[in-house]
Ligand binder design. Structure first.
Ligand code: G3H
Ligand code: ZN
Length: 282
């Protein structure tokens, strides 16, 4: 059934586990994430990023409606989350499109601007009954230089600054920069567990790990033990899908029916989903 992201994250945090949130791009992603979660009987979050909406000719509804329809029929709780939203126009489509939560991403802005934009987004989201995640990366903009992208390899969230940011913005969860970075194709990230410990102690809201495709299993387990309650995964699904399709097409150069290779790609993604969920709940 369709679930609310806030409920899944709260339950995961209470059980000292993390809910996995997978970025969906195609209908095959939707089906694979749900099949993978069903195979391990675990709840899951389907998330649509602003970039994925751009890929879908700027339209949110076709993918959102497909995801909601699939979620309603799933045997496990499935929540819909709008990810890395920078556009206010997209933000305002969230509720009507069936999303229970949004990640508002103003982390590219200097601290005060990030705070002001995030507070306005949080006020709006809460008035709609939406759960909202925001992001705070490196301390930046102090000497006129732009802040580091929060998931650039060198970015780190400062616990004292994050504490003030959460209190002043009113967000329900915070994405923190502790060593992961987006779109890694090797699982070689090492996390700053000591910083995570300080962030967890300082914040009092669930913490979210982005760029989790590049984080090895052991580091993921340690991050969950250290207070991460939502783990965002995108690239790992594309690695699985594209690798499987590439192999299939190499072995079957005569193949033309798209169902033949899409099903292979979908199966590979479902396997990745199940494997990662097991790591998070172990
Ligand atoms: O918000 C989405 C995640 O941070 C995905 O990152 O593609 O590096 O796994 P990833
Ligand atoms: Zn992310």
């Amino acid at each position: 059934p369709l679930a609310a992201t806030g409920d899944l994250v709260t339950a995961a945090a209470g059980a000292r586990t993390a809910v996995a949130a997978f970025n969906i791009i195609t209908l095959e992603h939707v089906e694979a994430v749900i099949a993978g979660a069903e195979s391990v009987a675990a709840p899951v979050v389907l998330q649509v990023s602003e970039n994925a909406v751009k890929f879908r000719y700027g339209r949110l509804l076709p993918l959102a409606r497909a995801a909601a329809a699939a979620a309603e029929r799933a045997s496990v709780p499935v929540a819909l989350h709008l990810d890395h939203v920078q556009s206010d126009d997209l933000l305002r489509q969230a509720s009507a499109a069936g999303f229970s939560s949004v990640m508002y991403d103003a982390a590219r802005l200097p601290y005060e601007d990030n705070l002001a934009a995030t507070r306005a987004a949080a006020d709006w989201a809460h008035a709609q009954g939406l759960w909202i995640e925001a992001e705070l990366g490196a301390v930046g903009g102090k000497n006129g230089e732009p802040p580091l992208d929060a998931h650039a390899p060198g970015a780190r969230t400062d616990p004292a600054e994050a504490r003030a940011f959460v209190a002043d913005s009113g967000v329900d969860a915070l994405a923190v920069a502790i060593g992961s970075s987006h779109a890694m194709t090797t699982r070689t990230a090492t996390l700053d567990h000591e910083r995570l410990k300080r962030l967890t102690a300082a914040l009092g809201v669930p913490l979210v790990l982005h760029g989790s495709s590049g984080v090895p299993d052991g580091e993921l387990s340690a991050a969950v033990a250290g207070g991460i309650a939502k783990v965002n995964v995108g690239t790992a699904l594309n690695i699985a899908m594209t690798g499987a399709i590439r192999e299939f097409l190499a072995a079957h150069p005569e193949a033309v029916d798209s169902r033949k290779y899409l099903s292979v790609g979908r199966e590979a993604m479902a396997g990745t989903v199940a494997r990662l969920i097991r790591v998070l709940s172990a």
